[in-house]
Design a protein around this ligand. Structure first.
Ligand code: C2O
Ligand code: CU
Length: 699
């Protein structure tokens, strides 16, 4: 049995401080005490780490194993993106951009990366259905549609989210848009615009993170951007704090040590209409908030604390349990504790000195527009110890809800009396319209993707499910407490253009594409092998730009590469830039043509996300695809001048691309031109429409 590291002096310091000095319950008005005390001062402050920025339309991230020194002596095994020692870079995206976010998994275990809060196609969402195997990469391509706000990315692999987040995997996403950029707000990253990611960890005596599932939902030591006992120096002017609660389970009741008023300007998915002045607010797991804090009247050299006033919370507030250890306890439970020590420094040269009165004009969906309602009940599973929605623990092969594309829906989260939860839904930003636990606070009346449902409460929100539909790729909703999510408090929904068209069998089961290894069965392999040296099936169509393309014309003098695209297959997307390269490398000596299993509208949207230059044929009825035996639409066929198939390749691996360029050089009797294939897809992974599994629709 490993024993946990306990810093006795801190424990005594914090405990006695909290019990002796902090006001009982939540102090309103004067009297909220700072939590610096003799115990804590035994550990020096450490400077807050500001994550580096990643900008542009093509972002590369890798998830790596690392180590970080938290305590004297041994360092701690961690995960971080782009080799960060804990956490990862902040990704800046601009509304309206078509972006490609490429993630390489350098762990020895499967991961996924979910873009929390972003509105994008389900296949690009990075939920448990888009696994990235060790050594593999995955590219998520989409157009940035969200408002300017603070979002985040984090792993979402099936039943392993808590583990990978515990090790530190995560990062912030800041979206900018034209409305926000025009406002006079603090916007100098790391100077007056500060990213703050809070979480807590428990350590073993060998300094490793303690990770025993539910047992470690509450950490003993607070980390600010991965730093213990963090301090930061902020200029004496208005500063903007972008705060994320990245805990496994703990909530925070935020405030400042001198009880000063601060201004909420933004919620999870955008700016509020107007700044909301408050002295305290709850921020639960997965939620973000943007605050303005006025330090103009603070003298440089003075300091204040950002504090979690977590003592004396109502039953069900995560982290209100009194124990100091064990399953439900921790050294930070039921205490007011310091989150960040703020030193006031000199003003910058162009300080923000006042708050805009109006931030934006949000148009929220209203009750009158609601065309469907549903209710999700959170229960402790019958006879079990874990939570679920409607007594149905998460099952990868069950679609719990089907939403019609374009519907405005009201969802009620009906929480039983067992505990509080932090409910999160993918795909949409919503507006909370009612809470049974009291009025919806003004600071919560903005775009949200995560909400706190206290024990025994009902919370209703309205959202519009627009833009992205798929009968095969699901979105998730779940409790964002990673231990609850991993143990089954999660469900999935499809957004469908025509829910009634989902193919159901007699048992009410609909067809659902299972994300599995590409099923290259021996019979499929022999079928494509038999194509070699046979005449290529003729076709004559116009491409998406309206140019006539026929096999005869395309192969009159040059070799032709037919790149079959399964429209929702990430590998097909990954391959697009390399097909571009292939066309560029062979110049006038070959033609690359994409064939996609989609109509023109979807095909055009697909092109937008990859930005390729070669012609694409929309093949909605799969007539060309079938004629070439490429039912999986994940093949590449090389046709020689004159129209004979040279070879059909399963997929678009780096090897295939290399062989194609050599073959083209040979067929066109020209020198082979090199391609950069370092990041080419290694093989096909997912997305074959033939790999169907059945799933149950439970509503
Ligand atoms: Cu923050 Cu399902 O995710
Ligand atoms: Cu929960």
């Amino acid at each position: 049995m490993k024993t946990r590291l306990i810093w006795i002096s801190l424990l005594i310091g914090l405990t006695s401080l909290s019990l002796a000095q902090a006001p009982k319950g939540k102090g309103k008005g004067k009297g909220r005490q700072p939590t610096t005390g003799p115990g804590e001062q035994q550990r020096p402050y450490q400077d807050l780490w500001i994550p580096p920025l990643l900008t542009g339309k093509n972002i590369d991230l890798s998830l790596d194993k690392n180590r970080k020194s938290f305590w004297p002596g041994a360092s701690t095994a961690t995960y971080g993106y782009d080799n960060a020692a804990f956490w990862g870079p902040t990704v800046i995206l601009n509304q309206g951009d078509a972006v490609n976010l490429r993630v390489k998994n350098n762990l020895d275990e499967v991961t996924t990366v979910h873009w929390h809060g972003l509105h994008l196609p389900a296949a690009m969402d990075g939920g448990p259905h888009q696994p990235i195997k060790p050594g593999d990469s995955w590219t998520s391509s989409f157009v940035v549609k969200n408002n300017a706000a603070t979002y985040w990315y984090h792993p979402h692999p099936h039943e392993m989210t808590q583990k990978q987040m515990t090790y530190g995997a995560g990062g912030l996403i800041i979206i900018r848009d034209l409305i926000e950029s025009k406002l006079a707000l603090p916007r100098t990253y790391g100077v007056d615009d500060i990213p703050l990611v809070f979480t807590s960890r428990r350590f073993y005596s060998n300094n490793e993170f303690s990770f025993e599932g539910d047992d470690d939902k509450y950490g003993d030591y607070l980390l600010a951007n991965g730093v213990l006992d963090a301090q930061v120096t902020l200029p004496a002017q208005f500063v903007r704090l972008r705060i994320l609660n990245a805990e496994i389970e703990r909530g925070y009741d935020l405030g400042f040590s001198d009880n000063r008023t601060f201004y909420v300007i933004g919620t999870d998915g955008g700016l509020l209409d107007k700044p909301v002045p408050i002295t305290g607010m709850k921020l639960m797991v997965g939620e973000r908030v943007e605050l303005l804090v006025n330090l103009s009247d603070d003298k440089p050299g003075t300091s204040l604390e950002l504090v979690a006033y977590n003592e004396g919370q109502k039953f069900g507030f995560p982290g209100s349990e009194p124990g100091r250890g064990g399953v439900n306890g921790s050294l930070l439970n039921n205490l007011n504790f310091r989150m960040l020590h703020i030193n006031v420094g000199p003003k910058t040269s162009q300080p923000i000195t006042r708050i805009p009165e109006v931030l934006t004009h949000n148009r929220f969906w209203t009750e009158a527009e609601v065309n469907n309602r549903r209710s999700l009940a959170i229960y402790k599973a019958r006879g079990g110890s874990t939570f679920s929605f409607d007594y149905k623990p998460f099952d990868m092969h069950t679609t719990n809800h089907v939403v019609k594309l374009g519907d405005v829906e009201a969802w009620t989260i009906d929480n039983d009396r067992t505990f509080g939860h932090s409910f999160h839904i993918h795909d949409v930003q919503f507006k909370i319209i009612s809470r049974s636990d009291g009025p919806v606070p003004a600071y919560e009346q903005g775009w949200k993707d995560t909400l706190y449902a206290p024990s025994g409460s009902r919370v209703t929100f309205i959202a519009k499910f627009e833009d992205y539909a798929s009968n095969t790729d699901a979105f998730m909703y779940h409790c964002h407490m990673a231990n609850h999510e991993d143990s089954g408090l999660m469900g999935q929904f499809l957004v469908s253009k025509d829910p009634s068209a989902l193919k159901r069998n007699s048992a009410g089961v609909i067809e659902f594409r299972q994300k599995v290894e590409h099923p290259l069965t021996p019979s499929m392999m022999s079928k494509i092998e038999r194509q070699a040296a046979t005449p290529a099936p003729a076709f004559a169509k116009t491409d998406l730009k309206g140019n006539a393309l026929s096999l005869a014309a395309l192969t009159a003098t040059k070799p032709l590469v037919l790149y079959f695209i399964e429209r929702e297959c990430p590998c097909a997307r990954d391959a697009a830039p390399f097909m571009d390269q292939l066309q560029a490398a062979c110049g006038d000596n070959c033609t690359v043509v994409g064939v996609i299993n989609a109509g023109t509208e979807v095909a055009n949207a697909w092109i937008q996300t990859v930005g390729n230059r070669f012609p694409i044929l929309a093949d909605p009825d799969c007539s060309i695809i079938r004629a070439y035996g490429a039912e999986c639409a994940a093949y590449t066929t090389l046709v020689a001048p004159g129209g004979t198939i040279v070879k059909t390749y399963p997929g678009y691996s780096a090897e295939t691309l290399k062989e194609l360029s050599a073959q083209i050089a040979r067929l066109s009797r020209s020198a082979e031109r090199p391609m950069k294939l370092d990041n080419a897809p290694q093989h096909l992974v997912v997305g074959c429409p033939l790999g169907r599994a059945s799933i149950t629709v439970s509503n």
